[in-house]
Write a protein that binds this ligand. Structure first.
Ligand code: ADE
Ligand code: ZN
Length: 356
């Protein structure tokens, strides 16, 4: 089986010519080919890009500079992060802004080993600021359309709905997205979890199912294990974003294992949002040991200290993940994606002998 040591220069990255003369001085690290299944595109806005877009759009930010902004990246819980995340979206005004943000993510994700990405965006967060659906969707979609050729990353787009807003609002936006034939593969459910149980969105998810859309939902990040069951039973969610609190309910764990329910875990996010105290306390090793279908994802990498490769690196450093577990996590991500069977086969072959 192939190994994926960071300093193993024998296996070239896609697009790298091992015999070519223009080799970088340091060999580029070889990463596991993975699918990123839990990624909010607005959460990839790096501080530098926030300032660059603000300047381009003549927006005065409430921070004097990068250091002042970065000093705010100390979160006490999900809501404290969401406040900053929504506030920083003010710099996204034009299709070009959305396209630049998406391009920056894909360039960085490709270096991290991401070969397929399922990208969430929050249309309601832009509509409420007076930015049209056409602007945000077309800006992101224009880059995704050629992501495989340009970055070696196949992609698809998921419209996520804000669970702290009404179901009526979500239904209205979903109808608008369908009316404009937006290139979305599915819907998701995100934002403030506590007090906004999945069942609030039963009609939204039924409408999405009837329209042939795939369905995912955040559950069990801050919310109780019962939200995970509810997302599965009431919403028909096909994947659970986060899901870490399932570990508090052994019967639920048994069910998730039996049904192979994918859980898109985001370790650095969980630490930064204080869902777990430290990375050493993260339940990922226990989740793997229980046989859960977990993958590793970055959630909002610009805010949480790292992309997928950073998540893997820190997990390895702190929790000592084995090569077997790393390959298993990568294989889980590919198998749990909504990519075509052909693409999954291709990526699993690239992974080389993924464990069962
Ligand atoms: N929106 C962006 N990141 C999120 C997260 N980690 N949980 C819920 N909603 C989000
Ligand atoms: Zn998320």
């Amino acid at each position: 089986m192939k190994t994926y040591d960071d300093d193993d220069a024998a296996v070239p990255l896609a697009g790298q010519d091992p015999e070519g003369s223009a080799q970088p001085e340091q060999p580029a690290p070889v990463r596991l080919p993975v699918a990123e299944l839990h990624l909010h595109i607005e959460g990839t806005l790096e501080p530098e890009l926030i300032f660059a877009l603000a300047e381009r759009n003549g927006i005065t930010l409430p921070y004097a500079g990068l250091d002042e902004l970065r000093a705010l990246y100390e979160f006490s819980d999900l809501q404290s992060f969401l406040d900053l995340y929504y506030s920083n979206m003010a710099v996204l005004q034009t299709e070009q802004d959305f396209a630049d943000m998406t391009r920056a993510y894909l360039a960085r994700a490709a270096l991290a080993g991401v070969r397929h990405a399922e990208i969430m965006m929050d249309p309601q967060a832009h509509l409420s600021r007076g930015v049209s659906l056409e602007t945000c969707i077309n800006g992101v979609a224009s880059v995704l359309a050629t992501s495989l050729e340009d970055f070696g990353v196949s992609t698809l787009l998921i419209a996520a709905f804000l669970r702290d807003q009404s179901e009526e609002s979500a239904l209205e936006v979903l109808e608008q997205l369908m009316a404009m034939d937006a290139p979305i593969t599915g819907i998701g459910l995100d934002s403030a979890e506590l007090g906004n149980a999945p069942a609030k969105f039963e009609r939204l998810f039924a409408r999405a199912r009837d329209a042939g859309l795939r369905r995912i939902a955040h559950a069990g990040e801050e919310g109780p294990p019962s939200y995970i069951s509810e997302a599965l039973d009431v919403l028909g969610a096909e994947r659970i974003d986060h899901g870490i609190r399932c570990m508090e309910d052994p019967v639920l764990v048994e069910r998730l294992v039996a049904e192979l329910v994918p859980l898109t875990v985001c370790p650095l996010s969980n630490v930064r949002l204080r869902a777990v105290e430290t990375l050493a306390d993260h339940p990922l090793p226990a989740m793997l040991a229980a046989g859960l279908n977990v993958s590793v994802n970055s959630d909002d990498p610009a805010y949480f200290g790292g992309y997928v490769d950073d998540n893997f690196e820190q997990l390895e450093a702190v929790l000592g993940l084995s090569e077997f577990d790393r390959v298993r996590l990568a294989a889980n991500s590919i198998r749990s994606s909504f990519a075509s069977e052909e693409r999954k086969t291709e990526l699993l072959a690239e992974l080389g002998g993924a464990p069962g």
